[in-house]
Design a protein around this ligand. Structure first.
Ligand code: ZN
Length: 109
């Protein structure tokens, strides 16, 4: 029997706050670049229960972007960032999307 209707997704690794729905994953094999280094990350169309920091201009490997850091609304852990604006057409699809590093989130039920 298949269960439906429950929340499936990802939680903050620190406090287990639910931050992203499984259905909102766009790319599971996204490689993120951040001040903490380069590594496997997930690209989501939407994040929940997070706080957005003020927008900043950040130079990433694929070019300059306006981004906002994303913090867990419960414990303040930095989880990743949201793309606010891209300056290259090829990366425009990322605008409004959220990147969370794989080591910052854990699989929820
Ligand atoms: Zn948290």
């Amino acid at each position: 029997m298949e269960k439906s209707g429950g929340l499936r997704g990802y939680c903050c690794f620190k406090c287990r706050n639910f931050v992203a729905d499984h259905n909102d994953i766009i790319d599971k094999y996204y490689i993120g670049t951040h001040k903490y280094g380069r590594g496997r990350a997930f690209l989501f169309s939407h994040a929940s229960n997070v706080v957005e920091e003020p927008s900043v201009l950040r130079i990433l490997i694929t070019g300059p972007y306006v981004v906002s850091d994303i913090l867990c609304a419960e414990c303040g852990q930095n989880l990743g960032w949201k793309y606010k604006k891209s300056f290259h057409d090829v990366h425009k699809y990322k605008e409004g999307k959220v990147v969370m590093a794989k080591y910052n989130i854990i699989r929820g039920v």
